[in-house]
Design a protein around this ligand. Structure first.
Ligand code: DP6
Length: 364
């Protein structure tokens, strides 16, 4: 893998007689993008910057035991929800091996990973964001513990975000709490294509505890993988304009979030969600990921907003479920709205109440 020289460090290796055994654990959340990352260049470089809310209740919790390996490459057992999972095992072992230039010590260890998510797998919530960011926290934590590097929290998070990005682009944003940008953004020093950058300092307080109720319309699996989806943008005839628009949307949205301007926030986040789906609908092959009930809910949100004047809006992931976004101050009204008008459009999984969260946490 192509690695920035800054993150290559051949010294991060144990002496043969000093390979440790032990255990560590982290919890890391998913996030919901407001300006979407959809389209990338090698290796894991976004075609446009994205911005997200880190979530609070939707997270992965992962315990990692390590001991000396004998094969000269990362050895792995992966248990997901208590069951050994050969697919995750192979994927994670390969991923760790690809990180050899960044964390040479992974080749010296055997890992037993036990992971679970607080949200149902079939809910279509981006589990790669929480799953990859949690592994990044674990490896950076081990580096800090055994090699004395990454003592400074900023260095620690930045390297974790860098590594998380290599696993899944959106995971780079989950390493930080609150509002996070991934991708170089005009007039925002510190933003980078290589890692996420939190921008909470100047965000208006209304967005600091924004709510995200995830309305689960369809409990089925996602129909298009991120890998395929991003790839489709390489030949989408509208891609160039879309990438340009995302830059403009991000700048305008960020300003609105600094001003506490919910009207602009609603206009841009909803347009971003519909544009993401429009990109999928105009790709070859094309994908239509909204379901009839996705549209029913969106129409109800429009009507509710019109009737009450309350700042309730929606965004979508690459799937049929609707993320309903609103300020904490109107929780009661929105709960009633869900009960009165939306529950009949939901799958048996119902909905997940989430909100802006603080980012990863060490649990072991
Ligand atoms: C629609 O981060 O899952 O959720 O880098 O290939 O792992 P990979 O893609 P991934 O793509 C996320 C796409 C999105 C928008 C977003 O989160 O920005």
């Amino acid at each position: 893998m192509n690695v920035e020289p800054h993150y290559q460090n051949i010294d991060l290796k144990f002496a043969d007689t000093e390979i440790p055994s032990g255990k560590t654990g982290w919890r890391s959340p998913s996030n919901i993008a407001l300006v979407k990352y959809w389209g990338k260049k090698p290796v894991q470089i976004p075609q446009n910057p994205s911005i997200s809310f880190t979530l609070s209740n939707s997270y992965s919790e992962t315990e990692v035991s390590y001991s000396p390996a004998s094969s000269g490459k990362p050895e792995m057992e992966f248990y997901f929800d208590g069951q050994r999972n050969p697919a995750f095992e192979e994927k994670t072992a390969k991923f760790f091996q690809s990180l050899s230039a960044i964390f040479p010590f992974v080749n010296q260890l055997r890992f037993v990973i036990r992971s679970k998510n607080t949200f149902p797998h079939s809910a279509g919530i981006a589990s790669s964001a929480s799953g990859m960011s949690v592994l990044a926290m674990v490896l950076c934590d081990m580096e800090r513990q055994f090699f004395g590097t990454l003592q400074n929290d900023e260095d620690f998070r930045r390297k974790a975000s860098y590594m998380a990005r290599l696993g899944s682009g959106s995971a780079s944003r989950s390493v930080y709490g609150g509002v996070v940008i991934w991708g170089e953004t005009k007039n925002e020093p510190g933003t980078s294509d290589f890692y996420g950058f939190p921008v909470n300092d100047r965000i208006h307080e209304i967005f600091s505890d924004y709510q995200d109720t995830i309305l689960l319309v369809d409990a089925g699996e996602k129909k298009v993988s991120s890998r395929v989806g991003h790839g489709l943008m390489n030949s989408n005839p509208y891609a160039g304009e879309r990438f340009k628009q995302a830059h403009e949307n991000l700048s305008e949205l960020l300003q609105a979030m600094r001003d506490g301007d919910t009207t602009t926030f609603i206009r841009i986040t909803e347009s971003e969600a519909l544009t993401l789906h429009a990109m999928m609908m105009t790709s070859q092959p094309y994908f239509l990921l909204m379901k009839p009930n996705t549209l029913q809910i969106i129409q109800r949100i429009f009507a509710f907003r019109e009737k009450t004047g309350l700042p309730v809006s929606f965004t979508l992931d690459a799937g049929p479920n609707v993320h309903m976004l609103y300020p904490a101050a109107i929780k009661v009204e929105v709960k009633q709205f869900i009960e009165d008008e939306l529950v009949s459009f939901l799958s048996p999984l119902g909905f997940i109440d989430d909100e802006v969260g603080k980012g990863p946490e060490k649990i072991l």
